[in-house]
Design a binder for this molecule. Structure first.
Ligand code: 4NP
Length: 141
C-alpha cells in the first residue's frame, strides 16, 4: 500500500487490509510505504489513527518508511492511492514485471489526499475499505 507521505492513506490501507485478510483467513503479507521521505520513522497522522480506532482498526504501532526498489521483489502487488503515486512508483520500476505489479487500489479512481482537510479522513477510510474488499474478492482464489 503506497501513498505520498505514508502517514495518512497508506497506513489506513495497511491496517484495513490486514484486518480483512485476517477475517478472510488468508496468509497475505501486507505492508505500506510512502514515495516521499519527509516522515520516515514517524507514526501515522493522528487523524488517521483516530479514524481507524473509531472503526476498530489499530494503526498506532505503524512506522513510516519510504518505498524502495526491493519492494518490487518482496511483494506481488503494489497498490497505490493516486495517479501521482502511480507515476512515482512506476518511475522506479526496472522492467515490465515490476510495472505489472503496480495498480491503483480503486482501479480507475483515486483515494484523495486528506492531509489538508480533517473531514476527509472518514470518507477516505470508506474508500480504502471498499477497495480492500474488492482486492480480496479478486485475488483470494
Ligand atoms: P499521505 O498524505 O500521502 O496520505 O500520507 C500526506 C501526508 C503528508 C504530506 C503529503 C501527503 N506532506 O506533504 O507532508
Amino acid at each position: 500500500m503506497v501513498c505520498l507521505g505514508n502517514i495518512c492513506r497508506s497506513p489506513l490501507a495497511e491496517g484495513i487490509m490486514k484486518q480483512q485478510v485476517k477475517e478472510a483467513g488468508l496468509d497475505w503479507e501486507v505492508d505500506s510505504a510512502g514515495t516521499g521521505s519527509w516522515h520516515i520513522g514517524k507514526a501515522p497522522d493522528h487523524r488517521s489513527t483516530r479514524e481507524a480506532k473509531t472503526r476498530g482498526v489499530d494503526i498506532s504501532k505503524q512506522i513510516c518508511r519510504q518505498f524502495k526498489v526491493q519492494d518490487f521483489d518482496d511483494f506481488d502487488l503494489i497498490l497505490v492511492m493516486d495517479k501521482n503515486n502511480l507515476a512515482d512508483v512506476l518511475s522506479l520500476a526496472r522492467n515490465q514485471q515490476d510495472r505489472e505489479k503496480v495498480k491503483l487500489l480503486l482501479n480507475d479512481q483515486e483515494v484523495p489526499d486528506p492531509y489538508f482537510n480533517d473531514n476527509h479522513f472518514a470518507p477516505v477510510f470508506d474508500l480504502i475499505e471498499g477497495g480492500c474488499k474488492d482486492v480480496i474478492r479478486k485475488y483470494k482464489s
